[in-house]
Write a protein of this length. Structure first.
Length: 379
């Protein structure tokens, strides 16, 4: 009973902090030019501040750690998870301010994931070291999948609310004390942040936020499924993160087929393709959230033994393959959004922006302060 009160208290405090901290950080980012500036390969038309992820991280740390300590349920594993999440936030913040090379980011992510797995444990599929390696790879994959998924107003933060909520509901009883409290704080901090990040967004998560969200959710899922044997563990992890998994798979396959650099930004994500079908931004976010709910509900059934994990994985795989095949039929980008010349019959840059609002992931610049002639961010 007290654990439930602690979780609810952490969630309420995190929601309030996420709501209140975002605006001061937005103004700070505007004053110091820490903005995502428009370009030929981006869809937003005004420089939009980063640092939203810093507000989410601070709210999560403050509310989650305080509730865990106050309830006497703090576990060393939670401390390690918080430390790894903090490293991700700092890594992303540095990348927002001065973009890092992919190898630097990857090395830090792998090291942080390895520490979490070595201390917090992992699911047991094969019963040997391979399980630990796969868990590390999966945490790094989800961390970067969320980074790619932060490509439309409210998308990544909404999915974090959905996934985090289900993680709290399905957390195994034998899991480390305090992890559920931490995830509740994360989900509610994102909910508070959504008041500022929903379309039209006044502030973005930035890499500091997207890496933080992905790493914290993935690490919490791995730790909560420690010693879960057989396919139940992997099924629970994959079903809970079905949307970022599908999005990353679609993007990598699309870029490979088109002989584009895999790590180059672009407007070829699920959200962008759905926009080209005529859906509005709020509609796209709602559909992605509903897909996440379906995946999380399936994971909940597997966790409670009501659905065989093999059946759930086979069904999810079939749906995923079909969805990716259909989405690949939708054009990945217009000529304007790819920076091509606008010719007769080709949509203008304004039309392209109307078709794909806010591509956070596409072609982030290396300088931060707005250039001459670029309109100031909204105050």
């Amino acid at each position: 009973m007290y654990a439930t009160i602690s979780t609810a208290g952490a969630g309420g405090a995190a929601l309030l902090l996420g709501l209140l901290l975002t605006e001061p950080l937005r103004r700070f980012a505007v004053r110091h030019g820490i903005t995502d500036r428009p370009s030929a390969r981006k869809a937003h038309t005004r420089p939009t501040p980063y640092l939203g992820g810093v507000a989410v991280a601070v709210a999560t740390f403050a509310a989650g750690a305080a509730a865990a300590l106050a309830g006497g349920v703090f576990d060393p594993v939670v401390g390690v998870l918080l430390g790894g999440a903090a490293v991700m936030c700092v890594l992303g913040l540095i990348d927002d301010l001065r973009p890092l090379g992919p190898m630097v980011r990857l090395c830090v992510e792998v090291l942080s994931a390895a520490v979490v797995v070595s201390v917090g444990g992992h699911p047991d599929l094969f019963g040997n070291t391979i399980d630990a390696v796969l868990s590390i790879v999966w945490i790094v994959f989800v961390t970067n999948a969320f980074n790619l998924l932060d490509n439309m107003d409210g998308a990544a933060s909404s999915l974090c609310v959905v996934i985090g909520g289900f993680v709290c509901l399905t957390a195994p009883a034998g899991g480390p004390d305090g992890v559920g409290v931490l995830v509740a704080a994360l989900a509610c901090a994102c909910l508070g942040f959504l008041f500022h990040n929903r379309h039209p967004a006044r502030i973005f998560l930035g890499d500091a936020g997207s890496l933080f969200l992905g790493f914290t959710l993935a690490s919490a899922l791995v730790v909560l499924h420690d010693d879960v044997e057989g396919l139940s563990g992997p099924a629970g992890l994959l079903l809970a993160t079905v949307v970022p998994t599908l999005d990353t798979t679609l993007v990598m396959l699309s870029r490979y087929r088109e002989s584009k650099p895999l790590l180059q930004g672009g407007t070829d994500h699920i959200a962008h393709r759905l926009r080209r079908l005529g859906l509005t931004v709020p509609q796209v976010v709602r559909y992605l959230a509903l897909l996440a709910v379906a995946g999380c509900l399936s994971g909940m059934l597997v966790t409670h033994g009501l659905l065989p994990p093999g059946t759930a994985l086979a069904a999810a795989g079939a749906v995923g393959v079909g969805a990716v095949a259909l989405l690949l039929r939708i054009p990945a980008a217009t000529a304007a959004s790819e920076g091509g010349a606008v010719t007769a019959g080709t949509p203008s840059k304004d039309a392209a922006r109307a078709a794909v609002p806010h591509s956070r992931e596409a072609n982030k610049g290396t300088a931060l302060s707005p250039t001459a002639g670029v309109p100031a961010a909204p105050q």
